[in-house]
Design a protein around this ligand. Structure first.
Ligand code: E4P
Length: 217
């Protein structure tokens, strides 16, 4: 399973990238706002840093404008993935940009039927939002399962990019179901390394090391 990091924070991406944890990056307008940086400048910096797809989202809502913005974004680097919302206009833009050879990530997906349309429009990635479904007491994981089944039934090559991931359990469940990619904030990726029994075990070893005066260097 591929790990994308869901942030526009270059230092956080660098830290995870140096550990080999970053197969790609996703951004959205809220993350760009949080970074406080110019979208074109920060996206270029991320594209140069990461050896994998970097999603940059269009800001228009009408297909022709989305296509124009997507073409401009695509010129930034070869690893740009143009992110479009799952609206009828977004699907039109997806089809045109995909046919031109640009990677497209269709975002804000909340139903399996939406994911079916995105695949038929040639999306490289579909981004179902798990956390936001959980927020309204729906089952985000059920959506990932349904999309996996449908894509496998018909051999769609669109990759399932499980998004709006808020917890390590979201990562685990996505991996069990067979999502192709997860995108998660840096803190969630780092939290995957934590286990209370690891901390407890290390404390006991450190006590014994100190008591026995064990040294290696
Ligand atoms: C990723 O592409 C999405 O923009 C992101 O995962 C949304 O996450 P959120 O629902 O926590 O804002």
């Amino acid at each position: 399973m591929k790990f994308f990091v869901d942030t526009a924070d270059v230092s956080a991406i660098t830290e995870l990238n140096d550990l080999g944890m970053v197969d790609g990056v996703t951004t959205n307008p809220s993350l760009i706002k949080k970074s406080g940086r110019d979208i074109l400048e920060v996206i270029k910096e991320i594209c140069d840093l990461v050896d994998g797809p970097v999603s940059a989202e269009v800001v228009a809502t009408e297909a022709e404008q989305m296509i124009a913005e997507g073409r401009k974004l695509a010129k930034i680097a070869d690893n740009i993935t143009v992110k479009v919302p799952l609206t009828w206009d977004g699907l039109k833009a997806c089809k045109v940009l995909s046919d031109e050879g640009t990677m497209v990530n269709v975002t804000l997906c909340f139903s399996a039927n939406q994911a079916l349309l995105a695949a038929k429009a040639g999306a490289t990635f579909i981004s179902p939002f798990i956390g936001r479904l959980d927020d309204i007491n729906l089952d985000g994981m059920e959506l990932i399962e349904d999309i996996r089944t449908i894509y496998d039934n018909y051999g769609f090559e669109t990759e399932i990019l499980a998004a709006s991931i808020r917890t390590p359990n979201h990562v685990l469940d996505s991996a069990r179901i067979g999502a192709d990619v997860i995108t998660a904030p840096p803190a969630v990726i780092k939290a995957l390394a934590s286990h209370p029994l690891t901390d407890k075990g290390l404390d006991a070893f450190l006590k014994d090391i100190a008591e026995a005066g064990i040294k290696i260097l």
